[in-house]
Write a protein that binds this ligand. Structure first.
Ligand SMILES: [Zn+2]
Length: 148
């Protein structure tokens, strides 16, 4: 025997009845009533209502998301407009800073190289003077020995 579902007129519970039954007693609230076709729950209609509700909820969510996105966009644009002049100045500062750092590094390299070079020249000069002095000392010692 095929069963159908219908909604209790008293308590709203879904109850099962045999297909061609004329009366039904609700097993939840014990009310007996006559069955009319419009009381029967159409599963297709129920599914449709459910699906419609779900889609409406999704649409609502989507609309909210779009609104939020628009608001976020406005905030971001406003913030960007406020920050942009600062950013522009900041960029110039960065460029100047980078150039300055490069300049300092290159200047330090050149000056330390030339300092190194002049120190080497100086020490070479000292070494030469020293060996000349040693030669003179040797010469003098030889002269003294030869005059004995
Ligand atoms: Zn009932």
């Amino acid at each position: 025997m095929k069963l159908e579902e219908l909604k209790c007129k008293n308590c709203g519970a879904i109850i099962e009845v045999e297909e061609n039954a004329k009366n039904v007693t609700c097993k939840y609230c014990n009310t007996t009533f006559k069955i009319k076709d419009e009381d029967k729950v159409d599963p297709r209609k129920q599914g449709y209502e459910f699906e419609k509700g779900r889609m409406e909820a999704q649409e609502e969510q989507f609309r909210n998301n779009i609104e939020n996105l628009g608001e976020f966009n406005n905030i971001a644009r406003k913030a960007l407009n406020e920050v942009f002049p600062i950013f522009k100045v900041f960029r110039i500062v960065i460029i100047v800073f980078v150039i300055a750092v490069f300049g300092i590094v290159i200047f330090t390299m050149i000056s330390s190289f030339s300092g190194f070079k002049s120190a080497r020249d100086r020490s070479e000069k000292i070494l030469n003077e020293h060996s000349a002095y040693e030669n003179r000392l040797e010469e003098r010692a030889e002269n003294i020995l030869n005059n004995f």
